[in-house]
Design a binder for this molecule. Structure first.
Ligand code: FCB
Length: 453
């Protein structure tokens, strides 16, 4: 049965997501400080093709036109992140008002267009000065984050109804601090474990600050989660899948919802112990209003001599990232998270696919695979809701083609094509599909709790 909007509650939030470094550009404007991603891009060999965030989609200058396009799309909400080095170029100390003003204007423009802002405080662009002082491996960075959360939420707290403290702490901790494929490019497992702990700690502390400054708003965190399927029903494969689930999913879900790291990951517990102080887990497990879930694929895991091994099904469809298209993985994940952790609400804060889009002779971008992907994953969300998962909204990743981290501009996730030489925007066929899909819903969604008072 094709997916349709009647399977969703009338107040379900339809949105699109982005992140500051991936779209804004204007990296030297209005007093913005250097971020770890500026430094990483400037380091030879780190980012494909030597790409950088200097211009990106130039959203910083074009946000009004982009919001007009969002209005045409008919989305209820736009998820974006704030660039910490615009607000606090020196990490701690004086707030750069000109940097904050950009987000003030952005929020007002969204609200004027009846689009609710969903704000992420941290989507990986740490001020470089803080990295120089130890970055997320140092507890002081969690303290600095609280000052940043204070500055942003006291300015925007009267208009922003949904806050995410962090985006995908697993990715930032491991890919950035252990694998070295993302900024800041560290390559130590201990650094990754320390960074993850301090990210979680700062989440707990910042939650309190946001609640004080924006008492009517809802606070959450976004995790990248993926269901781990055992390759067979042997106890060995099942144990391997559980281990993978522990490292990626439970290492974050358990402290947030249960106030404890998962005990079965013995080595990791030993690594984290020196960084955990009295009261940390209480802070991390402060009650949340919602959980943000980013999901793109699933894992299929078998037991190998040297630990769990990821299997690749060569028959299955894969996106341009090499990620398997498996919508039921999202359904299973949402139902399982709801059952095991009972979050009061879940938003799918990212889901989407990269394909090798081209603009053809008629000037348009035909991306049937993306439309199929979105339709099937949205169908999986409907299945999870039918099974009782409290999913309240869905955000396509991404609104625009953008800077895909170490892949530079080579991966296109947008439902709007960006022609980088001219920065022209071309809505892809999937944009038109999403627009018609949203339009078909029975009645208008609920307004933002804050925007309309
Ligand atoms: C997620 C990130 C997002 C984007 C997508 C494809 O891991 O949160 O910034 O890069 O993947």
């Amino acid at each position: 049965m094709p997916t349709d909007t009647s399977s969703f509650p009338h107040d379900f939030v339809w949105g699109a997501a982005t992140a500051s470094f991936q779209i804004e550009g204007a990296t030297r404007e209005a007093g913005r400080g250097e971020s770890v991603w500026d430094r990483f891009c400037a380091t030879p060999g780190k980012v494909r093709n030597g790409d950088s965030g200097e211009i990106a989609c130039d959203f910083y200058h074009r946000y009004r036109d982009d919001i007009a396009l969002m209005r045409d799309l008919g989305i209820d909400a736009f998820r974006f992140s704030i660039a910490w080095p615009r607000v606090l170029p020196t990490g701690r100390g004086p707030v750069n008002q000109a940097g904050l003003d950009f987000y003030d204007r952005l929020v007002d423009e969204l609200l004027a267009n009846e689009i609710e802002p969903f704000v992420t405080l941290f989507h990986w662009d740490t001020p470089q000065v803080l990295e120089d002082a130890g970055g997320w491996t140092a507890r002081e960075t969690a303290e600095a984050f609280v000052e940043y959360a204070e500055a942003v939420s006291s300015l925007l707290g009267d208009r922003v109804g949904h806050w995410m403290t962090h985006n995908e702490p697993w990715v930032h901790a491991w890919i950035g601090h252990s694998w070295g494929h993302h900024a800041p490019g560290r390559t130590s497992e201990t650094d990754a474990v320390a960074a993850a702990h301090h990210l979680l700690l700062s989440h707990g502390w910042a939650t309190e600050v946001i609640r004080r400054n924006a008492p009517d708003s809802r606070v959450g965190i976004t995790l990248n989660l993926a269901q781990a399927y055992p390759a067979s029903d042997t106890p060995e494969d099942e144990a391997a899948a559980w281990h993978v689930d522990g490292e990626g999913n439970r290492w974050f879900l358990d402290p947030i919802f249960r106030g404890a790291y998962p005990a079965d990951l013995l080595e990791r517990n030993e690594l984290v112990e020196p960084f955990v102080q009295a009261g940390d887990l209480e802070a991390i497990s402060a009650p949340l209003d919602f959980l943000g879930v980013n999901n793109y694929f699933r894992f299929v895991v078998s037991a190998g001599d040297e630990g769990p091994r990821m299997q690749r099904d060569s028959e299955a469809q894969h996106t341009d990232m090499g990620w398997e298209v498996y919508p039921d993985g999202l359904n299973r994940l949402l139902v399982r998270v709801a059952r095991d952790y009972a979050p009061s609400a879940i938003y799918v804060t990212e889901n989407g696919a990269a394909f090798g889009d081209v603009r053809v002779h008629d000037g348009r971008v035909h991306d049937p695979e993306r439309t199929e992907y979105l339709e099937s994953y949205i169908g999986a969300v409907a299945d999870a809701i039918a099974a009782g998962a409290p999913v309240k909204g869905y955000f396509v990743w991404s609104f625009l083609d953008n800077f895909e981290w170490a892949y530079g501009y080579s991966k296109r996730f947008g439902i709007v094509y960006v022609d980088y030489p001219t920065l022209d925007r071309v809505p892809k066929d999937s944009f038109h599909w999403y627009r018609d899909f949203i339009k078909s819903r029975p009645r208008a969604p609920h307004p933002s709790p804050i925007a309309t008072g």
